[in-house]
Design a protein around this ligand. Structure first.
Ligand code: GLA
Length: 403
C-alpha cells in the first residue's frame, strides 16, 4: 500500500511538473526501422512468437541492415489492476513485458508497444485515455523504447491535446521513447505533430495489394500505390526527427516479388519509416533480399532527410526523385501498368529542380554515374539517354553520383 501511494504521489508530481515537457529529441534523425506484429498477425500475438521474431531479426541479417525496433501492436493487453495500472494478457505473455523487453534488448534490439488515445484500442483492449501518465510510467518500468499510439474510440477528444498529453507523459516518465502517432492523417498531423511525435501516419491502413481499395463500409484499407499517391504536397513537413508515415511494410505478405520491390523502393524514396510487417521466422530469400538491400535502404536513411517526390509520369512509367547527401540523387522508374513497358529518359532534357531542398540535377556539363541498386551494377552515365524495359509493377532504382 505504501508502495502504491508513493507511485501515485510520483505520478501527481509528474503531471504537475510537465510544463516544460517536450518530445525526446535526436531519437529518429533518420526514419525508424523495425518490425511490427499487426500486418501479419493481427491480434494473434504472444511472447514466444515475439522472442522468435527477435531471434530471426538478428539471425536473418535484418538487424545488420539497420532494423532495430520490435513492436507489439494491438491485443497484448490483459486489463487494469485495482489502481488502474495496465498489465498484459497473462495467457499470451506469462513472463510479463519486462522479461520480454529484456530479451529483445539482449539481442541488441529495441522494444516497442502499442496503445490508443481512446477508451479502448481499435481491437477493444483498454486504451490510455485518462491513464496516460500511469501508462507512460509502466512502459518506462518495462523498458519500452517505442510507442505506437492509435486513435480509435476517441469521441470528444482533440487530437493535438490527446497526443500532446501522451508526449508529456512519456517525457515525464524519463525513458526515451520514439512516439509514433497513428491517427491516419484525419486531422493533418503533419501540420501540428512536428514537436509532438517522431512519425505520424498519413493515411488509413495498408493492405498487401498493389493498387486496390478494400472497402469495409465505414473505413477502407489501401493498396501500396493508393497510399503512395494519396497525400500531395506534404513532403515539406518531413525531416530529421519527424517523418510522414505511409504505414508499415507489406513486403513478404502476398504481393509478387516485383510488387514487393516496387513497394519497398517507393517507401525508401518517400523517406518512410521502414517497419517490416511479415513473418521474419519463415521469410523467403527473395523477401529477405528486398528487405535487406542496403543500397536501397541507404536512400531511405539518407541523412539529408529530404522526402522524395513524383517528378514526372511517362505513359504508365512514373519517375520519382530524391536528393541525397554529397550531391547524389536517387531516381526510381516505376511501371504502374499491368504489362511490361519500355521507356526512354533523356537526362540532358530533364533538369530537375527541387523547390524544397533547393537542389538541382543538371547533367549538362556534369556526367553522373548511374548505379542500378537492385541489379547491383553500373548502368553507364548520364551522357546518353537511358533506355530500359520494366516488367509489370517493377522498378529501376538508380543512384546518381558525380564524385
Ligand atoms: C488501427 C491502426 C493499425 C493497427 C490496428 C490495431 O487500424 O491503424 O495500424 O494498429 O489499429 O487494432
Amino acid at each position: 500500500m505504501k508502495n502504491s501511494l508513493s507511485v501515485l504521489a510520483l505520478m501527481l508530481c509528474l503531471v504537475f511538473s510537465s510544463g516544460n515537457a517536450q518530445k525526446f529529441e535526436d531519437l529518429a534523425l533518420t526514419p525508424p526501422m523495425g518490425w511490427n506484429s499487426w500486418n501479419k498477425f493481427g491480434c494473434n500475438v504472444d511472447e514466444q512468437m515475439i522472442r522468435n521474431i527477435a531471434d530471426a531479426m538478428d539471425s536473418s541479417g535484418m538487424k545488420d541492415a539497420g532494423y532495430e525496433y520490435i513492436v507489439i501492436d494491438d491485443c497484448w493487453h490483459g486489463g487494469r489492476d485495482s489502481l488502474g495500472f495496465i498489465y498484459p494478457d497473462s495467457a499470451r505473455f506469462p513472463s510479463g513485458m519486462k522479461a520480454l523487453a529484456d530479451y529483445v534488448h539482449s539481442k541488441g534490439l529495441k522494444f516497442g508497444i502499442y496503445s490508443c488515445a481512446g477508451d479502448k484500442t481499435c481491437g477493444g483492449r483498454p486504451g490510455s485515455r485518462g491513464h496516460e501518465y500511469q501508462d507512460a510510467l509502466t512502459y518506462a518500468k518495462w523498458g519500452v523504447d517505442y510507442l505506437k499510439y492509435d486513435w480509435c474510440n476517441t469521441a470528444g477528444l482533440n487530437s493535438v491535446g490527446a497526443y500532446t498529453t501522451m508526449r508529456n507523459a512519456l517525457y515525464a516518465a524519463g525513458r526515451p521513447v520514439v512516439f509514433s502517432i497513428c491517427e491516419w492523417g484525419d486531422t493533418k498531423p503533419w501540420e501540428w505533430a512536428g514537436d509532438v511525435g517522431h512519425l505520424w501516419r498519413i493515411t488509413g491502413d495498408i493492405t498487401h495489394c498493389f493498387d486496390c481499395e478494400l472497402n469495409h463500409g465505414t473505413w477502407s484499407q489501401w493498396g501500396v500505390m493508393r497510399i503512395a499517391e494519396m497525400r500531395k504536397d506534404i513532403r515539406k513537413y518531413a525531416g530529421p526527427g519527424h517523418w510522414n508515415d505511409p504505414d508499415m511494410l507489406e513486403v513478404g505478405n502476398g504481393m509478387t516479388q516485383s510488387e514487393d520491390r516496387a513497394h519497398f523502393s517507393i517507401w525508401c524514396m518517400m523517406a518512410a519509416p521502414l517497419i517490416a510487417g511479415n513473418d521474419l521466422r519463415s521469410m523467403s530469400n527473395e523477401t529477405k533480399e528486398i528487405l535487406t538491400n542496403r543500397d536501397v535502404i541507404d536512400i531511405d536513411q539518407d541523412s539529408l532527410g529530404v522526402e522524395g517526390y513524383l517528378y514526372a509520369t511517362m505513359d504508365s512509367v512514373e519517375v520519382w526523385v530524391k536528393p541525397l547527401v554529397k550531391g547524389d540523387w536517387a531516381i526510381c522508374f516505376l511501371n504502374r501498368a499491368s504489362s511490361a513497358q519500355r521507356f526512354e529518359f533523356d537526362w540532358s532534357k530533364n533538369i530537375i529542380a527541387d523547390d524544397l531542398s533547393k537542389r538541382v540535377l543538371n547533367t549538362n556539363g556534369t556526367a553522373y554515374t548511374l548505379r542500378d541498386l537492385w541489379g547491383k551494377k553500373i548502368l553507364g552515365d548520364t551522357k546518353g539517354k537511358l533506355t530500359s524495359e520494366l516488367a509489370t509493377h517493377d522498378v529501376l532504382v538508380l543512384r546518381l553520383t558525380n564524385r
